[in-house]
Write a protein that binds this ligand. Structure first.
Ligand code: G4P
Length: 191
């Protein structure tokens, strides 16, 4: 998605070869106009796939997933990363380990917000190793629904997440695929 790549080039900052800061438009301050365009692009790419529900993981996935659900006219469900004492009944959980943050959490979904037979589109802001996407897929499948697609705003294509998800049989659409980073350098796949 050219508009997104332009924005990453202009306002993104590679801290080093692994971490891309996009906090001025994606995960701290949010450019809602850009997120609307992101949502419309996902809606276009996944049109005709019989999607019935959009899902994401709190917190940075919420903005692009909201705009996707709006563009597709579908319900949105946000998976939680912590267990609340008032969220104990009818819940599904799976452990997700983040290599980037070197920490784990219990990804949590209330069963009643997924219907058996649902075709779910999972949206997230970043794809690195794919652990969060695999965790989301496990919960969708535990609920008796199917992952019809995974939409990623920014993929770090030099990490194995995309390949692992494809090998597991998922359809992955990433709107910007970063192939290489270094201090003050950001390159995209196919450039
Ligand atoms: P994985 O799920 O693909 O395996 O990715 P990983 O564990 O490595 O990363 C998980 C968290 O780190 C996610 O945030 C993700 O957004 C964030 N992250 C990964 N790489 C980058 C990067 O280059 N730049 C930035 N800004 N973030 C990155 P999270 O823990 O889910 O937090 P949030 O959604 O609450 O913001």
């Amino acid at each position: 998605m050219e508009l997104l790549k332009q924005r990453i080039r202009r306002d993104g900052r590679a801290l080093n070869e692994h971490v891309l800061m996009v906090d001025s438009f994606l995960n701290h301050q949010v450019d809602v106009g850009l997120m609307r365009a992101v949502g419309e692009e996902f809606a276009r790419q996944f049109a005709g796939c019989g999607i019935t529900r959009v899902m994401t993981i709190e917190s940075s996935g919420i903005a692009p997933a909201t705009m996707t659900a709006l563009a597709m006219g579908l319900p949105l469900v946000v998976m939680k990363k912590s267990i609340s004492s008032i969220l104990s009944e009818g819940i599904l959980q799976t452990e997700v380990h983040s290599f980037t943050k070197n920490s784990s959490y219990q990804l949590t979904l209330k069963q009643k917000f997924v219907a058996e037979g649902d075709r779910v589109l999972v949206i997230d802001d970043f794809l690195a190793n794919g652990e969060a996407a695999f965790g989301a897929a496990r919960l969708v499948e535990q609920a008796g629904a199917q992952v019809a697609g995974i939409g990623i705003v920014i993929e770090k294509a030099f990490q194995p997440g995309h390949q692992r998800l494809i090998e597991a049989g998922y359809r992955v659409v990433s709107l910007a695929r970063v192939s290489r980073m270094a201090e003050n350098l950001i390159e995209f796949v196919d450039e």
